[in-house]
Design a protein around this ligand. Structure first.
Ligand SMILES: Nc1ncnc2c1ncn2[C@@H]1O[C@H](COP(=O)(O)OP(=O)(O)OP(=O)(O)O)[C@@H](O)[C@H]1O
Length: 292
């Protein structure tokens, strides 16, 4: 099932099209990495999906229901974690989640169970400290719990790991991975290593549209070339014969030649490198390719 479908979305600020014919589909129980540089339009898109910002053109559907600007009913399916979540900081986590449960009109009889379940999920079980004394990581974890209180089908996270240290980031990624049994996650970020760690699919946002969609569960994004370790002299010998580029130190890449051709050339010149290997493109390679 398509949890989110965006068709031909457009948004212009001061005559500049920030989002321009954006098309996107997110399917159930996957983690979708929505990646783009600072200012690419990730937050703008998320705000339109949440009905907080009017689109100039295009349609959005959450669980096959059309999103309408203003108080959209589709938000009953959606949980939202902003990049900097705000709380009533004089409360502790359980008190704050109780308030959120009341706001969503959750039946009193199930509130305690749901709150305990969420506190356990985000590692804040038994935490009596007031939120004002929380670290950024704890706030972000409580933010996830708050966003999940009404068991949304879709959780939208806007750069949830950007301000966290490696331990805090690992915790958030673990939680996001764990909740995909029940919830589809859109993970907006520019931290590609985080995306590689947990996402199933990726959309690269550039110049207002998705310029590349990738399935991270597939084996490879294609070959980058052949990487070889050479001395300076060996490089000088091979340079007129092969399409060879220096990377750094003793590492070079060779493109546009078969392995057989390369081995024959090396053998003919008595060059036997300590390393020669086929390298595959990383997400970063693909990202740089399509955004430059
Ligand atoms: N209300 C607004 N009025 C005018 N311009 C805006 C408004 N909101 C966003 N923009 C502009 O739209 C562009 C996209 O902003 P947006 O916050 O959506 O990007 P982003 O991808 O979320 O960036 P970041 O990773 O830095 O959060 C930016 O150039 C921003 O200045």
């Amino acid at each position: 099932m398509d949890i989110l479908r965006i068709e031909g979305l457009k948004k212009t600020f001061n005559e500049k099209a920030v989002i321009d014919n954006l098309n996107l589909v997110v399917q159930s129980n996957e983690i979708y990495g929505f990646i783009g540089s600072n200012g690419a339009g990730k937050t703008t898109t998320m705000k339109m999906v949440l009905g907080l910002l009017a689109a100039d053109e295009g349609e959005m559907y959450v669980c096959d229901e059309k999103v309408r600007f203003g108080d959209t009913p589709t938000n009953r399916h959606v949980g939202y974690l902003p990049d900097v979540p705000e709380f009533y900081t004089y409360m502790n986590a359980a008190e704050y989640l109780k308030l959120c449960a009341d706001i969503t009109q959750m039946e009193k009889s199930v509130q305690k169970g749901r709150i305990n379940e969420l506190l356990k999920l985000v590692g804040l079980e038994g935490e009596r400290t007031k939120i004002k004394n929380y670290s950024r990581g704890m706030k972000q974890r409580l933010g996830i719990a708050q966003a999940l209180i009404h068991r949304p089908k879709l959780l939208i996270c806007d750069e949830p790991t950007s301000a966290l240290d490696p331990k805090g980031r690992t915790e958030i990624l673990r939680i996001l991975k764990e909740i995909t049994k029940e919830t589809t996650v859109i993970f907006s970020t520019h931290i590609l290593t985080d995306v590689e760690r947990i996402c199933d699919k990726v959309g690269i946002l550039y110049e207002g549209r998705i310029v590349k969609s990738l399935d991270l569960n597939q084996a490879s994004f294609g070959e980058k070339g052949i990487v070889i370790e050479l001395s300076e002299d060996e490089y000088q010998t091979l340079e007129p014969l092969l399409d060879i580029t220096h990377i750094e130190g003793t590492a070079y890449t060779i493109a546009n030649h078969s392995l057989e051709e390369i081995y024959n050339t090396l053998h003919a010149h008595g060059i036997y490198p300590s390393k020669i290997a086929k390298e595959h493109k990383s997400l970063e390679d693909v990202y740089l390719e399509v955004t430059s």
